[in-house]
Ligand binder design. Structure first.
Ligand code: CP
Length: 325
């Protein structure tokens, strides 16, 4: 079974790097040094892509993508990343076409796919499903989103975007806005931002606020300021505003979803009044929460953010598969 990242740091790595053969399940498994190493490698991959280099780092390696929930960015950018590194990709984008529709368990699926691929990327509706996958896989597993749990590779893309835009990763005032209860990208990102010493403003209606236990855990681990509000005006003074869509698929009451779908909308009016001149970020897809009328404004970095999915995932795949026969 491939293990989680251990205590080796980038500075004391041996021949194979600290990430070689490991799983990527939770952002909480990594230190700042680990994350900075991943972001440095991502930047090198970005420059390589800009130079149109033909890379063969992962020639003869195969990645399997097992997606039990819909995706555009995560699955396709992982597949693009693998192919940009000379490797191959197999998998399914629709679990109803896989044998899970006949009752096969996740455990059996990853056991089998471990003999077809060198690494497995999984998206699953159940928070915590990755533990079952890791237990049964004999190759590294990457969490591509587990229910309302985590989406750690998205958090790495988000951090990379902030570093590219702001030229630093700490000491920023950052607003997380909207569905902070169900958004798995938020759950990974909040930990990562706090780890780097950013101050967080959590803006949500009470029903969609970040779970209290998570807020307390973040505060006690990283000793950063975390404040709560239900007013979007609070976001205007921040340097970064991160606003995912309200997660419709997590609501049991569709009327409740419709009550919150347009609760906050970032638009031209918001940006014109915003003292902090914030960049606007989103994991996408967007629904109602980001007005199309800001797409061409300099603050709107969400499409660039999505494009960074390829270099960041190239970095992740090459670091995990480095030194693996
Ligand atoms: N950001 C993100 O996870 O997008 P997809 O659902 O399209 O993969």
């Amino acid at each position: 079974m491939a293990g989680n990242p251990d205590t080796r740091t980038p500075s004391n790595e041996g021949r194979a790097g600290w990430f070689s053969g490991k799983n990527l399940i939770s952002i909480k498994d990594f230190s700042k040094a680990h994350i900075e190493d991943m972001l440095d490698k991502s930047e090198a991959m970005l420059h390589s892509l800009e130079r149109h280099e033909r890379r063969l780092d992962l020639q003869s390696k195969i990645m399997a993508t097992l997606f039990f929930e819909p995706s555009t960015r995560t699955r396709l950018s992982f597949e693009s990343a693998m192919q940009r590194l000379g490797g191959g990709a197999i998998g399914f984008a629709d679990a109803s076409t896989s044998s899970s529709a006949k009752g096969e368990t996740l455990a059996d699926t990853v056991k089998i796919v471990s003999s077809y691929a060198d690494i497995i990327v999984i998206r699953h509706p159940k928070a915590g499903a990755m533990a079952e996958a890791v237990e049964n896989a004999s190759v590294p597993v990457i969490n591509a989103g587990d229910g309302i749990g985590e989406h750690p590779t998205q958090a790495l893309i988000d951090l990379f975007t902030i570093r590219m835009e702001k030229k630093r990763l700490g000491g920023l005032d950052i607003a997380l806005v909207g569905d902070l209860k169900n958004g798995r990208t938020i759950h990974s990102l909040a930990y990562a931002l706090a780890m780097f010493g950013n101050n967080l403003t959590l803006i949500a209606p009470d029903a969609l606020q970040m779970p209290e236990g998570m807020v307390e855990d973040i505060k006690s681990r990283y000793h950063v300021e975390v404040s709560r509000s239900d007013s979007l005006d609070e976001a205007g003074r921040c340097e970064v505003v991160y606003i995912p869509r309200v997660q419709k698929e997590r609501f049991t009451d569709i009327d409740e979803y419709h009550r919150f779908a347009k609760y906050y909308v970032v638009n031209r009016d918001f940006l014109e009044k915003a003292d902090g001149d914030p960049i606007i970020m989103s994991p996408l897809p967007r629904t109602e929460e980001i007005s199309r009328d800001i797409d061409n404004m300099k603050n709107s970095v969400y499409f660039k953010q999505a494009s960074y999915g390829v270099p960041v995932r190239m970095a992740i795949l090459s670091m995990i598969l480095e030194g693996i026969k």
